[in-house]
Design a protein around this ligand. Structure first.
Ligand code: 0GY
Length: 289
């Protein structure tokens, strides 16, 4: 099975920036291997295999200590590859699952024991078929009882319409990739300010200042994404997370070098105190409590 996007970088460069002790890559994936963990029939893309061993060696190479592994749409609602990675991570990984409304309490308990701490609700139309909001709300109530939280993925034009729904969620809500702003519009543009205002108004909302490789127009070293990410880090220092997004599914413009991605960190979190919050304190509070 051939992936329908670019492969991940075979030999990323060593970053100049050295993450602090205990640093967490809080957004990454494992895919397959397909012969062990087949991809979902309903998937919208076919990934390249990106097994746990490769993720763990990248973690060590980049100088990170831990991972938060996010179930991606190509594995649908079968979290077996994710759970397998978690139970083989020796306590150094936590997970974000995607579940169906028919998931049983026993299945949730097994995932919890493996290290799952959140579910992801995906609203990106090119990645998933729509799920009714009532279904998401039912799932939200069930996982809240386990002390889990909710990760949401949507694109900037959808925020306004989603706000009433997001307000109903009973847990911490983590927004993937800064809500996917159009970085050709400045941080002062009403679109980005809508996202900033949403975070201002809702203290349970966090965000990942991740994915410059997806948001950029100018390409590496991602100059055009710095202001947006830095604005969020400085305004919400206790509610931001960072991740590599390895192995970067659906990248078609360029193959990201994780060394370049890690070297974005000191440009968006410009003091050691901000770096510690972003990479250590915040993810530890949310995923290792
Ligand atoms: C990401 C981004 C993407 C894919 C998925 O679940 C997924 O398949 O999240 C994307 O294509 O933008 O966070 O991995």
């Amino acid at each position: 099975m051939d992936p329908d996007y670019l492969p991940f970088h075979p030999s990323p460069r060593k970053p100049v920036f050295q993450p602090p002790a205990g640093a967490v890559d809080a957004h990454c994936h494992v895919f397959g291997p397909a012969d062990q963990f087949p991809y979902a029939a309903e998937r919208k893309y076919t990934p390249c295999d990106a097994p746990k061993e490769k993720l763990f060696s990248l973690r060590d190479y980049l100088g990170f200590d831990r991972n938060v592994i996010v179930q991606a749409s190509c594995h649908g609602r079968n979290n077996d590859a994710l759970v397998d990675a978690l139970i083989n991570a020796e306590g150094r990984a936590r997970g974000v699952a995607v579940v169906s409304p028919t998931v049983t309490d026993d299945e949730l308990k097994v995932m919890d024991a493996a290290g799952v701490r959140a579910v992801r609700f995906n609203f990106v139309k090119r990645l998933v078929d729509a799920t009714p909001r009532e279904v998401f709300l039912e799932i939200a109530d069930r996982i809240a009882r386990l002390g889990w939280h909710i990760v949401v993925y949507f694109e900037a034009p959808d925020l306004e319409e989603l706000i009433p729904f997001l307000k109903q969620l009973p847990t911490t809500v983590v927004v993937d990739h800064m809500g996917r702003p159009d970085v050709t519009k400045s941080v002062d543009h009403p679109d980005f300010q809508r996202f900033v205002g949403f975070m201002d108004d809702h203290e349970n909302v966090w965000t990942k200042v991740s994915c410059p490789e997806r948001l950029t127009v100018s390409g590496p070293p991602y100059d055009d994404v710095i202001a947006h990410a830095r604005t969020l880090v400085e305004r919400f220092p206790d509610r931001v997370l960072w991740g590599t997004d390895w192995p970067h599914p659906n990248m078609k413009s360029h193959v990201p070098d994780e060394g370049d991605l890690v070297d974005v960190i000191p440009r968006i979190a410009v003091t050691e105190a901000l770096q510690s919050k972003l990479l250590v304190d915040n993810p530890t509070r949310l995923y290792w409590k």
